[in-house]
Design a protein around this ligand. Sequence first.
Ligand code: BG6
Length: 522
Amino acid sequence: MFEQPTAAFREGFPQDTAAGRIPFDKMGTIVIFGATGDLAGRKLIPAIYNLWEAGYLPPEVNVVGVARREKSDDDYRTDMCEELKKHSRTGHGGDDACNPFVSNLFYHRVNFAENADLTSLAQRLTEIEDERETPHNRLFYLATGPEFFAPLVQRLGEAGLVYGPNDSNWSRVVIEKPFGNDLESARQLNQAITRVLTEEQIYRIDHYLGKETVQNIFAFRFGNAIFEPLFNQKYVDHVQITVAETLGVEGRGEFYDATGALHDVVQNHALQLLCLAAMEPPVEFRAKDIRDEKLKALRSIHLPNTKEPSEWLVRGQYAEGFGEPGYLSEEEVDPNSETETFVALRLSVDNWRWAGVPFFIRSGKRLKKRLTEIAIQFRKPPLQYFKKLGVDAPEANELVFRIQPKEAISLSFNAKPPGMDFQIRPVNMDFRYGRTFREDLPDAYERLLLDALRGDSTLFTRADEIEVAWQIVNSIRDAWQGLPPPELYRPRSWGPASADRMFDCCQGHWRTPEDEDEWRSP
Ligand code: BG6
């Protein structure tokens, strides 16, 4: 039913690694555990397809889906064609485009919930690779529930699916989030998987690190000489990190109710963004050096030393509104739940560069806008020259990394509008991805999958980073033991009103960009 790529196609594939391509002999079979799940259909298969279509992967790329349901290869191929039609970023994946690609897909049933061993999978992989004359390298992607991470890694080892450092082939394991649900469980998971794998074989995913705009923070900070000297306590008043979503829990009530905004987004995405904004320049632009610097930034984080945690920590829960249920009425959510769907907090990065600069983080669901950004708020000018002219004090300069949507970097400064009187008004210098590069941004999973296949772990989190992030989050949780239950907030707002109290200590207020275009020139 499904066409095979022809040998001529393979022979025509360039064997160099220019422009990030993976040559045929370096490629590995991609094995997805949890192959019938949402992540595989919505993100992973479309990402592999887009990489393949763009020529980053050789024409014969083996993708083996592993899950518990009974299914034939052809059933799986048909299902994935449907997913591609719905989710491929390039808008392709219709039947014609889908056909040669999905013939690379295979399905293998394993009931890993019952700890079935993986010997049959090992045999199947060898058969597929031998038959298609492809290398025996393997990338295992664990897109399953977190309870299967440690047992699956153990079973991979037992089935002989993990190569040693002296083997000529490679095996790597990508582990989805959540990586643990507190410090202790993250440590246990790290211990369990490192009994089987070396750190170099482990790729812990935080999909935020694969976003183009997040990677561009490196380019912006360390590829320009003019901004980096300003990134410190002498010039920066405070930093605001926002990860706001308009969606609610979207059918993930059970997972979310056991997780909450602090664990779901702050422990990983928000703290990773903070690291990239706050870290020192790495010795070299390679995985170890970058991760060392991120780790140092994380280790410098401290929570405010006050008796009253509500001065720096606010939790909220979305109420009913706009025809949509409140959090407590969502399916599979405990109607008395105290899980937070919004969290805002202030912390400090106590190192030479950032001492005394507050870092504010907020994240929540059902907020006014889908918006992820890092805003660096600079200090105000030291003298108020224009006050005598009756001119309002100029606004502080602001540098905003708009991670999504409408990806951009914007710098605001003050200017005099034309006219016979003297006024001052903030204006913006903007760089917009869409306008400058005029190409569709790749999905984060495309970049991360390609990096894992290439063996580049720069954009994945290391064991020690994850553990320090959990330490911070554990301390935040300890601090909120004394707080009242989360405060209700109106959907399509910027969260509970009490989040504003956090600025009592400092200048400024939460940014509330009303309209994406308002804060940037047309
Ligand atoms: C995930 C969280 O890690 O990130 C989700 O589990 C959240 O709750 C999602 O919606 C946000 O990712 P993105 O890429 O849509 O900003």
